[in-house]
Design a protein. Structure first.
Length: 202
């Protein structure tokens, strides 16, 4: 079972993953992807040479994608389940378009902090309600909107120090024209926000 995407989307996501990976350059780091969906982000990191990848999602319909790409996968409901790994298991944890689907992130953040190593990196991305407006609710599975302030607060109150917080994704005209190849800053012009944070040492 192969992940089917357009070359444009693959190109943009690979470029985004390359920029994000500046926070964990060592290819041996152990990375956990939360709410991994169809595997597109885990596969992107695999293309960049990261091989110690684990993905969790409550839907197992894309299990074949992970098996095909040599990525460990487990079914986990992030809102209620314990992440099935020991304390301080991961160097980096990433989640793209996940937290807006969770009513209350307190359990998830407690688990994230538990399995993330001291000084480990947490990266979460979500639509910015200030930019999406009412269109945020067009997805019936969206339950919790975030803006820059509330995402920043989510990190601080759970013991994660934000290192960078900015907009993310590519506006449609820039994407179609592939201008992001010449101007990488265009990868951060979309209507989502991304926060990179580091777990403080206990």
């Amino acid at each position: 079972m192969y992940l089917k995407e357009s070359s444009l989307n693959v190109g943009i996501r690979t470029a985004q993953a390359r920029h994000i990976s500046q926070y964990f350059k060592d290819k041996q780091v152990r990375i956990l992807e939360l709410g991994s969906g169809n595997g597109k982000w885990s596969v992107s990191f695999k293309r960049l040479g990261y091989y110690n990848l684990i993905a969790v999602d409550r839907d197992g319909s894309s299990r074949g994608v992970y098996e095909q790409n040599g990525i460990d996968f487990k079914i986990v409901d992030l809102e209620i389940d314990k992440i099935p790994y020991d304390d301080s298991s991961f160097d980096a944890i990433v989640g793209f378009d996940v937290i807006e689907h969770i009513h209350d992130c307190s359990h998830l953040m407690k688990e994230v902090k538990r399995v993330l190593k001291d000084d480990g990196i947490l990266i979460l991305e979500t639509p910015d309600i200030d930019l999406t407006g009412d269109s945020f609710w067009n997805d019936s599975t969206h339950v919790t909107p975030y803006d820059t302030d509330s995402l920043n607060t989510l990190y601080w109150k759970n013991g994660i120090e934000p290192l960078a917080l900015h907009h993310f994704n590519v506006r449609p005209p820039f994407g179609l024209l592939r201008l992001w190849k010449m101007f990488p800053s265009l990868l951060y012009t979309g209507d989502s926000i991304i926060c990179i944070g580091r777990k403080a040492e206990c």
